[in-house]
Design a protein around this ligand. Sequence first.
Ligand SMILES: NC(=O)c1ccc[n+]([C@@H]2O[C@H](COP(=O)([O-])OP(=O)(O)OC[C@H]3O[C@@H](n4cnc5c(N)ncnc54)[C@H](OP(=O)(O)O)[C@@H]3O)[C@@H](O)[C@H]2O)c1
Length: 241
Amino acid sequence: MNKRILITGAAKRIGKEMALSFFNKGWDIVIHYNSSKDEAEGLANQMNSERNNSAMLVQANLDNTNEVENLVKKILSKNRSIDALINNASTFYPTPIGTFSEENWNALMGSNLKAPLFLIQSFHKELEKNKGFIINVTDINVDRALVNHSIYLAAKSGLQTLTKSLAKELAPNIRVNAIAPGAILEPPNTDWTAEQKNNIINAVPMKRMGTEKDIVDAAIYLSEAEYVTGQILNIDGGKSL
Ligand SMILES: NC(=O)c1ccc[n+]([C@@H]2O[C@H](COP(=O)([O-])OP(=O)(O)OC[C@H]3O[C@@H](n4cnc5c(N)ncnc54)[C@H](OP(=O)(O)O)[C@@H]3O)[C@@H](O)[C@H]2O)c1
């Protein structure tokens, strides 16, 4: 039986490209999505038409504990297991001081911190049995600060801390690492002006934005790097220097 990986937020953008690259390496993929049903179905159909039963779809709002529990049950039903987990799904928006509510806190903490931890807890026995790996997707701004994004960054910062402490706790059978992207894609529903884009590119030593492939390459490396655990890999063209 092929190895099987769960990638959260895999219908579009970086998550989709990670799903396709693991698929192309012979993995079976559990594609998690929340609202992007059409894109997720399109991706699963594409994979299943190339290789029968290679892709499974699971829908869940990761802010909701019951939905996370149902997702886990569905993935482990019919005696199926998983070998790897990529916590990629993320809510991202600014929360300037004086404007945010508890609802914002719950949404930003839910997908970026709470759900990754509870997913790891739910799958740790399977991952242990299969000597699997976990990749958490964080953000280089954790170490730099991004104005007006205190809740989002606190969540990603927590995810980096979890990565290190769980790497120690779950060794030697499960490796836990993180990828911290720099400026890769414009946030969803944003349209940067040419000037904004130039300013971003000028702050990157490699003088370009990253691409989905840059993140995918890091994920494939971490999936194969059997002596690497507890590391945060900055994929940012040198921006964090
Ligand atoms: N893009 C960048 O330049 C950049 C920079 C730094 C860090 N990152 C990190 O890299 C990862 C991928 O980035 P991206 O830009 O491709 O991500 P994205 O498009 O902003 O989000 C990925 C997916 O997360 C899912 N999601 C959001 N909230 C959710 C919730 N409550 N429950 C379930 N799913 C939820 C969405 O699924 P649906 O569409 O199905 O609703 C979305 O498609 C993220 O962790 C992000 O924080 C990206």
